[in-house]
Write a protein of this length. Structure first.
Length: 644
C-alpha cells in the first residue's frame, strides 16, 4: 500500500486494524496494555461518559427495535475505542502512521495560536477534542484524507482573539550633578516623555468560554537606566566632579481577566460548513471527548442548567488552589513559584524544580559559575539581559536588574514579584525567567524531542545532552513522588462567585514577596512567609473576601517590635476563597477598625501602619490553607490574590 492510500484510511479503520494486529498470541498482552492505559483515563470520567452515552443512544432509539439498539451501541463502542486509542499518547501507538497522525494533530493545534504570544496559549483547542470531533466527520466522509479532516476540524475550533491599542508612556529623566572641592553639590535634570502603542488582548472567543479583559493603569517607580558616568576636572581647590545618568519611569496597564463559560463557539463552528453537524452529532462529540477524560458541559449549557466549570479546562496548568505536596526532595517554599511559572509558560513544575536542583541545589549555592552564570537558575548574564546588550558579559547587578535594558535587548530576565527589579538571585524572578526561556525554546511536554532540545540548549548547547537526560529523569521522579488533590484552580461557578478575592489595597508597592530574602547585606537569609505591600500610613485595608474575624489586636504603638506577636495591630480572619476555606492575617496596622464578627468583601477593616516588628509603613498579609497552624499551611498570597 502506498503512502497516499494509507493516508486515506479513516481513523476508525486504523483503530480497527490496530486491534486486529494484536490478535492471536499477542492478544492477551495487547488487551492488558490498552486496558491499563484506558483505565487510567476512564476512572474519573466513566460515570459522566456512560450517563451521557446512554442518554444519547436512548434518544435515538425510542422508535426502533432492540437489534438497532445493539448495532448503535456497538458503533458507539467503536467510536469510543478509536477516540481513546489516539488520546492515550504516542508511546502506546504501535504503527508509525498512527503516531504521525497524532503528531500532525498536535502540530495543527499548536499552529492555531501564535507561539510568540504567550497570552494565547491557554485558549488553544485540546488535541483530544479534535480527535473526538473528527470521528463523526470522518464517518460521514469516507475516503476523505485524514490530514484534510484534521485541518478542517482545527480550523473550525481555532479561537479568535481581539486586540486593542493601549498607550504606554515612558519618562526618561536625565540628570547632571556637579560637586566642587568644598563639597557643595548642585544637580539639574530634564525629563523627556515618549509614548508607544501596545496591542493588548481585549477579548477571546474559544470553544468553551468567552473571555474579556479590563485594564488598570499602573506606574512604576523611578529606576536607573544604565550606568552613571563621572569625570573629574581641575585640581585641589578647582577640582570639580561631574556625574551624569538617567532614570526611567513607565506607566502601563495591568490586565484583569473575566471568564464566562460558554459553548456558543463550539456549537456554531461545528454546525456550519464544512462540518454541518446536527444535534445528535454534537452530543456524540461530547460523549467521545468525555471518554478521553476531557471536561465538557455542552449538554448542561444547552439545557440552561447550572454547572461548575473547572479552570483547568481553561488551559491553566496548576496555580491557584491545586494542592501539590512535593516529595521529600523538593522544598515546599518554592512550590508557588514552580506552579506559577507552570501556569504562565506551560512548563511543568517538576521540570523547573529539577532544573533548580541541577543548577544550585535549590538555591543553596548561589556562587557565580566558572562560565559566568548567576542566580538560582544559573543564567548567563547575556541571556538574562539580551546578548546584544553592550557589556552584557560583565553586567553589574544594576544592569541585570534593569527591566528597560532587558526589554530593549530581548533578554529573558523577568520581574515576577513586581518589585521593579528583574533579579536572578530572587527565586521568584529566576524560576519564572527559566519558564519563559524554555517556552521560547519550544519546550512542549507532549513532544519528547522538543523537551530534549530545549533542556539541552538551556544546559549549554549541543554537548549538553547529559544535562537534558539528568533533568528529565529527576523531573519524572519529582512528579511521581508528589501528592495531588483538588482542582487546578478551583471551580468557577457559572452564576458568578462572590468569593473570588480582591487585593486588600487599591494602590501599593511590593517591598518583600513570599520566599527567600535578606533584610540587609550582612543579614542571614530567611524565608518570608507573607507578602509585604508598602503604602502610606492610614491607607484603607479591605477584606479580600467575605469572612469572619476570629482574633484581632489594637493596642500596639510604633517602636514596640514584639507587640502583637510581632504583627503589631492585626486582624486574623477566616476567609472563603473560590469555595475553599482559608485564614488570613493582616498585620502592622496603625488602627484596627473591626474586632470581631463577620466582614464583607471590600469592607475597610483597618489602616496601614508601622506597628510591631516593622520598619516602614506597609501591610503584611499572610494566607493559610484551611486553618493557620503556625506556618504549616501557609501559601504564597500571590497564588490567590489578583496580584499583578
Amino acid at each position: 500500500m502506498n503512502s497516499e492510500e494509507q493516508e486515506e484510511k479513516s481513523a476508525t479503520q486504523i483503530a480497527q486494524e490496530q486491534i486486529k494486529q494484536k490478535a492471536g498470541k499477542k492478544a492477551k498482552k495487547a488487551i492488558g496494555k490498552l486496558g491499563k492505559q484506558l483505565s487510567k483515563k476512564l476512572v474519573s470520567a466513566a460515570a459522566a461518559v456512560f450517563k451521557k452515552a446512554i442518554v444519547y443512544v436512548v434518544s435515538l432509539l425510542a422508535p426502533y427495535l432492540l437489534g438497532i439498539l445493539m448495532a448503535l451501541l456497538a458503533l458507539l463502542l467503536v467510536y469510543l475505542i478509536t477516540t481513546m486509542f489516539f488520546t492515550i499518547g504516542k508511546s502506546e501507538l504501535d504503527d508509525d502512521y498512527s503516531k504521525e497522525l497524532l503528531s500532525y494533530i498536535e502540530k495543527q493545534v499548536d499552529k492555531s495560536v501564535d507561539s510568540d504570544k504567550p497570552e494565547q496559549q491557554p485558549y488553544k483547542v485540546p488535541a483530544d477534542l479534535v480527535v473526538a470531533t473528527m470521528q463523526i466527520y470522518n464517518s460521514e466522509k469516507i475516503g476523505r484524507k485524514e490530514k484534510k479532516i484534521i485541518k478542517d476540524v482545527v480550523k473550525a475550533l481555532t479561537p479568535t482573539f481581539t486586540y486593542i491599542n493601549k498607550k504606554v508612556t515612558t519618562q526618561t529623566k536625565s540628570y547632571t550633578c556637579v560637586k566642587v572641592a568644598n563639597g557643595e553639590k548642585k544637580c539639574s535634570n530634564t525629563i523627556k516623555e515618549t509614548t508607544e502603542n501596545v496591542k493588548v488582548l481585549s477579548k477571546v472567543d474559544a470553544w468553551d468560554r468567552k473571555v474579556s479583559f479590563t485594564y488598570k493603569k499602573v506606574s512604576s517607580d523611578w529606576t536607573k537606566n544604565g550606568d552613571e558616568t563621572s569625570k573629574t576636572t581641575g585640581k585641589d581647590k578647582n577640582k570639580t566632579e561631574t556625574t551624569e545618568g538617567s532614570e526611567q519611569k513607565k506607566t502601563s496597564f495591568e490586565p484583569e481577566e473575566h471568564i464566562t463559560p460558554d459553548y456558543t463557539y463550539l456549537d456554531e463552528s461545528l454546525r456550519k460548513a464544512p462540518l454541518k453537524y446536527g444535534d445528535n452529532d454534537m452530543k456524540m462529540v461530547e460523549v467521545l471527548y468525555l471518554a478521553a477524560d476531557g471536561e465538557i458541559y455542552y449538554t448542561e449549557w444547552l439545557n440552561g442548567e447550572e454547572f461548575e466549570f473547572s479552570s483547568s479546562s481553561l488551559g491553566d496548568v496548576g496555580y491557584g488552589d491545586i494542592d501539590v505536596t512535593p516529595g521529600a526532595g523538593v522544598p515546599a517554599e518554592y512550590m508557588p513559584f514552580y506552579l506559577g511559572a507552570q501556569k504562565k509558560y506551560n512548563v511543568p513544575w517538576y521540570y523547573l524544580a529539577s532544573m533548580h536542583y541541577q543548577e544550585t541545589r535549590f538555591g543553596s549555592d548561589l556562587s557565580e559559575s566558572s562560565a559566568g552564570a548567576v542566580g538560582h537558575m544559573q543564567f548567563m548574564k547575556c541571556t538574562w539581559t539580551g546578548w546584544s546588550a553592550p557589556g552584557c558579559s560583565g553586567a553589574t547587578k544594576d544592569m541585570l536588574f534593569n527591566k528597560a535594558i532587558i526589554k530593549k535587548y530581548n533578554g529573558y530576565g523577568i520581574d515576577a514579584n513586581g518589585d521593579g527589579k528583574a533579579d536572578p538571585w530572587n527565586p521568584h524572578d529566576a524560576i519564572f525567567a527559566a519558564g519563559n526561556y524554555l517556552h521560547k525554546l519550544g519546550f512542549k511536554e507532549s513532544n519528547a524531542t522538543s523537551v530534549y532540545k530545549a533542556l539541552k540548549q538551556y544546559g549549554g548547547g549541543e554537548n549538553a545532552g547529559w544535562y537534558a537526560d539528568e533533568v528529565t529523569v529527576r523531573a519524572k521522579k519529582f512528579k511521581e513522588e508528589a501528592k495531588y488533590s483538588g482542582s487546578e484552580s478551583g471551580p468557577i461557578k457559572v452564576t458568578g462567585a462572590s468569593d473570588s478575592p480582591m487585593m486588600p489595597l487599591k494602590t501599593y508597592r511590593v517591598t518583600s514577596s513570599f520566599g527567600a530574602r535578606k533584610l540587609c547585606d550582612t543579614c542571614e537569609p530567611e524565608i518570608h512567609k507573607a507578602m509585604d505591600l508598602a503604602a502610606p500610613t492610614g491607607t484603607p485595608i479591605m477584606a479580600i473576601t467575605d469572612g469572619e474575624v476570629v482574633r484581632s489586636n489594637n493596642n500596639c504603638s510604633v517602636g514596640n517590635h514584639s507587640c502583637g506577636m510581632g504583627w503589631g495591630n492585626f486582624v486574623w480572619s477566616k476567609q472563603v476563597i473560590n469555595g475553599k476555606p482559608y485564614e488570613a492575617v493582616y498585620a502592622h496596622m496603625t488602627k484596627v477598625l473591626v474586632s470581631s464578627g463577620k466582614v464583607k468583601k471590600g469592607q475597610v477593616i483597618g489602616l496601614v501602619g508601622n506597628t510591631g516588628n516593622s520598619y516602614g509603613s506597609h501591610l503584611h498579609i499572610e494566607i493559610h490553607r484551611g486553618v493557620r497552624i503556625y506556618y504549616q499551611n501557609v501559601i504564597n498570597p500571590a497564588t490567590i490574590l489578583p496580584y499583578k
